[in-house]
Design a protein around this ligand. Structure first.
Ligand SMILES: [Zn+2]
Length: 668
């Protein structure tokens, strides 16, 4: 009931965002009418025939179908793409060829040209008036179509999923070739209960590189390859994360750009922050030496060099220099489609009087954004700017409007994962309120910068398919238009279910999550899927509530002991399943699932010590021992050790027994 009231309140006055698919599916006549438009006048005669064929397939009376694509290692099918197809469409054809061959041993010929109705053909086509990714069968013709090349590619992967291919994770090296599960079957049958018409609910479905502890060019390519397979569509890479030069678009752009472009993946670059274009260390320190007034002033009026200080945004010359540098950057990098124009992380804002007059940080960010946006418009009108709603600028600005063409990234950084984002009795309410305030006054797109795989979890198995669904169902009521998640290869196995399910939720927040988890487990864990699903379900209930997850209060010793007992059982069950398993890949997956459970169990043991007020030394000893154990499994794809993110002091700090930090706090 409470939810319903909030929904109504949330939707008030924002009709343009009511994109929920409330209308019923088109009937055959409506569909015919809609598609007949696309055989429009002016189409070259040669293509008219092709279009008419597509029209026949689209408008035919097909519903349920069972087609044998290969039988006993033989096939009459061929794959056809229209002449002059885009790279994504050609890739769609190649991918179907590749996976059908992997499954059945038959290499279907790919040709460019026209089709004849009734012939066994897999036809890959653009359907200009349908934004749905379509998989449809009519007699022996299978149509794979959408109105965009990346949509067609996605439809191709949907088709392969129907045939049994499971794209569970990117081909990272630690999967040893088992990231995907492609069943071997000499007879390949497509069973279609009805036409598949799929339309993503969220426009932006992003993977963030962000801190990039374990990314390199090889696994970034692997990530790009996987992105459209499950339905993500944007990769976000920092300009230069924390200015260290390590996680930097320029390090990878040459090799990565073609990989992203041929898949129609949106290239988003930027992040924290302004200092990449106006920093004290840039231009050999010249800016600071010659123009200290461009930089932030402390309350005492002293110019500040440190990166977390936002430069003096009320200084027109400083803004001009930053804009000049920014324009040069984006002019040289035409591949960038969205730029994240954010303040530095942990931002401290200039304390000079002129800056104070501009207003609070949300207003100061919006004013600077507008100045930069006006300068970008004539140079790169195609470039979309993104701002961040975060930290001291979480709220929308009070006196300045943000242009509706700007994308807003909303960051609930301290989300408490033992309650949903819209729980009115939790600190999460701050975020829900701020987001609703944004929705009320901002007409453009808002994407959620989610923490559904969070650095501060230190690779704890916070498994949350159902939790994410409830959040996304609430976000859909506002509505919002995107969601993102970090994408570290280093501990991908731990969070692979989160990544897999989030992609599906971004397409449809009401997807049957239980069935999806079942499907995932059947592919990843084979005959032991039952044990694995029970384990993952239990981890979802336990870890986010009882383990040392930041912002989740320590529970009482009795409740922790109960959780401990349950996880201990899981460790035993997974170990028995591993001993039983015959398939090597299943065995390996269970071994890794076992590592996840053991980490949770050992974490709960320390949580119990803390809850019973055990001596500090005991907690330190256990935490050190746990860190050594985690480190010994650095190469299993379960724990993110590379990049020194999960160092010993970090783990001690998580248990409240760390040494005070000597360096500035890392963001979460
Ligand atoms: Zn200032």
């Amino acid at each position: 009931m409470r939810m319903e009231i909030m929904n109504r309140k949330g939707r008030k006055g924002r009709k343009e965002h009511q994109t929920r698919k409330l209308k019923p599916r088109m009937n055959a006549d409506e569909r015919r009418c809609k598609y007949s438009l696309f055989a429009c006048i002016g189409v070259h005669l040669r293509f008219l025939f092709v279009f008419l064929c597509v029209l026949c397939v689209l408008c035919g009376s097909s519903s349920a179908a069972e087609l044998q694509i290969a039988q006993d290692g033989k096939s009459d099918y061929s794959i056809v793409v229209p002449p002059h197809s885009s790279p994504a469409m050609k890739l769609a054809a190649d991918e179907i060829q590749k996976y059908v061959e992997q499954m059945s041993g038959v290499k279907l010929p790919v040709r460019s040209g026209e089709i004849e109705r009734g012939k066994p053909v897999i036809y890959i086509a653009m359907s200009p008036h349908s934004s749905h990714a379509v998989v449809r069968a009519d007699e022996a013709t299978i149509l794979i179509a959408c109105n965009s090349p990346d949509g067609v590619l996605n439809a191709a992967y949907r088709f392969l999923d129907l045939l049994g291919c499971r794209f569970l994770a990117p081909h990272f090296d630690h999967y040893n070739g088992a990231a995907e599960v492609i069943p071997k079957q000499k007879t390949l049958t497509l069973k279609l209960d009805s036409t598949i018409e799929s339309d993503p609910k969220l426009k932006f479905r992003k993977l963030y590189v962000e801190e990039g502890h374990s990314h390199d060019i090889q696994n970034l390519k692997q990530l790009a390859e996987w992105t459209p397979k499950v339905g993500y569509n944007t990769l976000v890479i920092p300009t230069d994360y924390q200015g260290s030069g390590r996680v930097r678009w320029d390090n990878w752009r040459k090799e990565l750009t073609p990989e992203l472009q041929k898949r129609g993946i949106t290239i988003e670059v930027g992040g924290h922050g302004y200092q990449n274009f106006l920093g004290a260390e840039l231009a050999g320190g010249k800016y600071f030496a010659e123009h200290p007034e461009w930089f932030a002033k402390s309350a005492a009026g002293k110019p500040q060099k440190a990166k977390q200080w936002v430069f003096c945004t009320s200084n027109a010359d400083a803004v001009k220099q930053l804009t000049t540098n920014f324009l040069a950057y984006i002019k040289d990098r035409p591949e960038i489609q969205i730029f994240d124009f954010w303040p530095p992380d942990g931002a401290r804002w200039c304390e000079c009087d002129a800056c104070k007059k501009l207003g609070e940080p949300p207003d100061r960010q919006a004013i600077l954004l507008k100045q930069v946006q006006d300068a970008v418009q004539p140079v790169r009108p195609d470039l979309r700017l993104e701002v961040i709603a975060y930290s001291s600028y979480l709220q929308p600005p009070k006196n300045v409007a943000v242009d509706k063409n700007v994308l807003v990234d909303f960051c609930p950084i301290s989300q408490h994962f033992d309650a949903q984002i819209n729980d009115p009795d939790n600190k999460n309410k701050t975020y829900a309120d701020a987001l609703q305030a944004w929705r009320k006054q901002f007409a453009g797109d808002i994407s959620i910068y989610s923490y559904y795989r969070k650095y501060a979890w230190d690779s704890l198995p916070v498994i949350i398919p159902r939790y994410m669904q409830k959040d996304l169902q609430w976000y859909a009521t506002l509505p919002t238009q995107g969601v993102s998640v970090y994408s570290e290869p280093g501990d991908w196995f731990t969070y692979e279910l989160n990544h897999y399910v989030l992609a599906a939720l971004a397409w449809d927040e009401n997807v049957d999550v239980d069935a999806l988890v079942q499907k995932f487990c059947a592919a990843r864990y084979g005959d032991e899927a039952g044990v694995a699903k029970k384990t993952l379900d239990a981890l979802e209930r336990i870890v986010r509530v009882y383990c040392s997850v930041p912002h989740v209060p320590l529970k009482d010793p009795g409740a922790i002991a109960k959780a401990q007992a349950e996880v201990k059982m899981l460790v035993g069950d997974v170990s028995s399943a591993r001993a039983r398993a015959m398939d090597e890949n299943v065995k390996r997956s269970l071994e890794r699932l076992g590592l996840m459970c053991t980490y949770a169990l050992r974490d709960l043991e320390i949580q119990h010590l803390r809850a019973t007020k055990a001596p500090r030394e005991q907690v330190v000893e256990q935490a050190k021992s746990l860190h050594a154990w985690v480190k010994s499994h650095a190469d299993d794809g379960v724990f993110l050790i590379r990049g020194n993110r999960l160092n010993q002091n970090r783990m001690l700090t998580r248990y409240g027994v760390g040494e005070p930090r000597k360096t500035p706090a890392m963001p979460e």
